[in-house]
Design a protein around this ligand. Structure first.
Ligand code: AMP
Length: 288
């Protein structure tokens, strides 16, 4: 089983000792951080396998960050499955898990500073979930400062998160490499998510229209962004159980929506409420 570390001091000591030991043997210790909120699935495991390729010590953090949940969101309902998570991580050979309490991460004192995500943090997921990205970046900044990893691994599934983490690291000159892993999907195409376990069978079937729409859009993108959007709408809109929040094509460099005559790489993003579960997905487009 991985060693579960609950405090920042203990984690720093353990990582410091590991670094010292490697240095004494004349080696280097590359630490790779995989931040998660637990309820691990094959998407998370893909990140962990990638992390193993990138470094010597894989540190998985499991922390359901209250700061990135809004008052009306699913913080209490968010699945917490630490025992099962540890078993999955043991099979992957992960040596350390950092699983702090909310009090450890946000003590009553010294707890007012926040990372501001900026304009892109107000778009799309940020518009639907005010404060979400400030909360996410704040905890990622804290984790990067606590662990000082050589690399941190994130999933492409959360494309806006990836964009904002990369922006933060560049803007604040954080010394870390960000590695991005492609989205892992069910056979139906549905992107794996810890929230999928809240879906009924009918909702799960309906939710497959999201990825089907994105795949259709990738083909239609050879006729332009408008055609790509129409192709996705054609598959998603008829699904009664899927309430679309947004379906947009954004510029990969700015994350703002592209103009109708955009040509070149782009990303299509979708968010929808399926039953009471909010799902997101995205794909790269090559718009011609
Ligand atoms: P979460 O536990 O949902 O905060 O996710 C932790 C990390 O796993 C994030 O970097 C996510 O983007 C990534 N992740 C979640 N689902 C998937 C997936 N289906 N494929 C790849 N990465 C994922």
């Amino acid at each position: 089983m991985p060693e579960v570390i609950g405090t920042i001091d203990e984690l720093r000591n353990r990582l410091g000792a590991a670094r010292d030991k490697a240095a004494m043997m004349g080696g280097d210790t590359r630490i790779v951080l995989v931040p998660t909120m637990g309820a691990l699935h094959d998407g998370h495991l893909a990140l962990i396998r990638r992390a193993r390729q990138l470094g010597d010590i894989v540190l998985v953090s499991i922390f359901v960050n209250p700061l990135q949940f809004g008052a009306n969101e699913d913080l209490d309902r968010y699945p917490r499955t630490l025992e099962a998570d540890l078993q999955a991580l043991a099979l992957e050979g992960v040596p350390f898990v950092f699983a702090p309490s909310a009090r450890e991460m946000y003590p009553e004192t010294n707890n007012t500073t926040r990372v501001a995500a900026g304009p892109v943090g107000l778009l799309l997921e940020g518009a639907a979930r005010p404060g979400h990205f400030d909360g996410m970046l704040t905890v990622v900044a804290k984790l990067l400062n606590i662990v000082a990893p050589d690399t941190a691994v994130f999933g492409q599934k959360d494309a806006q998160q990836v964009f904002l983490v990369q922006s933060m690291v560049a803007d604040l000159n954080v010394r870390v490499a960000i590695d991005v892993v492609p989205t892992v999907r069910e056979h139906s195409g549905l992107a794996l998510s810890s929230r999928n376990r809240n879906l009924t069978t009918a909702e799960s079937e309906a939710a497959a229209a999201l990825s089907a729409g994105l795949t259709a859009a990738q083909v239609a993108a050879s006729h332009g962004a408008t055609a790509a959007l129409a192709a996705a709408h054609a598959l998603i809109d008829p699904q009664a159980l899927v309430k679309l929040d947004y379906l947009v094509v954004v510029h990969p460099h700015t994350f703002f929506p592209v103009s109708a005559d955009h040509v070149g790489p782009a990303r299509m993003l979708v968010a929808a409420l399926v039953g009471t579960t909010r799902l997101i997905d995205n794909v790269a487009l090559d718009v011609a």
